[in-house]
Design a protein around this ligand. Structure first.
Ligand SMILES: C[S@@+](CC[C@H](N)C(=O)[O-])C[C@H]1O[C@@H](n2cnc3c(N)ncnc32)[C@H](O)[C@@H]1O
Length: 256
């Protein structure tokens, strides 16, 4: 979905991005800095970070511009399954002169169980955890036959994050942040955001995800659903951190 140049541009261009989405970026970044600092202190050495869906390298860009935080980072490896995003991220890292720590690789998160290295922190930021949709989802004909998608289970979400959890060193953390909280007000905000980017919504209020004709797909989550999906990790290791006061976005921390 991120391989169409115009859509990629709109989805990363702040003039197309709603205030809700922009503030969620900053809120999750503040929480991320706390996690990096905690892990650095725990390890007493710079930490290794892995980013699922690095996009345009927005997160390493902002982290690298804060000297105190960037010193705590040894390696920042990112993957993306869209070539356009790998190109954008590689160019951004060169421009910022952070290629000594940052890499961007074309790789599908569904195969994370095959990734060869381990990390102290695995990230999946800015609503990307809601992008992993069930195989065969039909963007052209969704709901034409009146059949809706139940997300009681989402095997692709589980496969991605089970793989991600396995990449963690002991004591490491998997951070899903931000994720959408499932409620009607959030759905309306998602629909407004996609419409602002020039897309066409194909879902409605009976769905727990929002999708567009252009191939964008984004799930909202209840905490019960997340606990069920993440049952490969001990329940007491899963923590929910609100990113606002209006039940739009939250960060999910999963400790190993
Ligand atoms: C909402 S953007 C977030 C970009 C970036 N993480 C940020 O916070 O600005 C989602 C990113 O995840 C990537 N992505 C979606 N599905 C993926 C998959 N299966 N494997 C790897 N990357 C994926 C997209 O190409 C896109 O770059």
């Amino acid at each position: 979905m991120y391989d169409n140049d115009n859509t990629v541009k709109a989805s990363f261009d702040l003039s197309y991005i709603t205030e809700y989405l922009q503030q969620a970026q900053w809120a999750e970044l503040i929480e991320l800095k706390k996690v990096i600092t905690r892990l650095y202190k725990q390890k007493q050495a710079p930490i290794r970070i892995f980013d699922i869906g690095i996009g345009n390298a927005r997160v390493p860009k902002h982290l690298s511009l804060i000297h105190e935080i960037w010193e705590m980072v040894e390696v920042y490896d990112g993957i993306d399954n869209a070539e356009a995003c790998v190109t954008l991220s590689t160019a951004a890292a060169k421009e910022l002169q952070i290629t000594d720590k940052v890499t961007a690789t074309l790789f599908d998160a569904i195969k994370l169980n095959e990734w060869p290295q381990k990390y102290d922190l695995v990230l999946c930021t800015w609503f990307t955890p809601g992008n992993f949709y069930p195989d065969g989802f039909d963007f052209k004909h969704y709901m034409k036959d009146g059949k809706r998608l139940s997300l009681e289970q989402n095997p692709n979400f589980v496969k991605v994050f089970k793989g991600a959890y396995q990449l963690l060193n002991d004591g490491g953390e998997l951070v899903l942040g931000a994720t959408y909280i499932h409620n009607d007000a959030t759905r309306i905000k998602q629909e407004e955001a996609y419409t602002k980017m020039g897309m066409h919504i194909i879902t409605d209020k009976q769905d727990s995800f929002t999708a567009t004709k252009e191939g964008f797909w984004s799930q909202r989550f209840t905490n019960e659903q997340l606990m069920r999906y993440l049952s490969f990790a001990p329940g007491q290791n899963i923590h929910f951190i609100p990113l606002d006061t209006y039940e739009y976005a939250q960060q999910v921390l999963i400790k190993k």
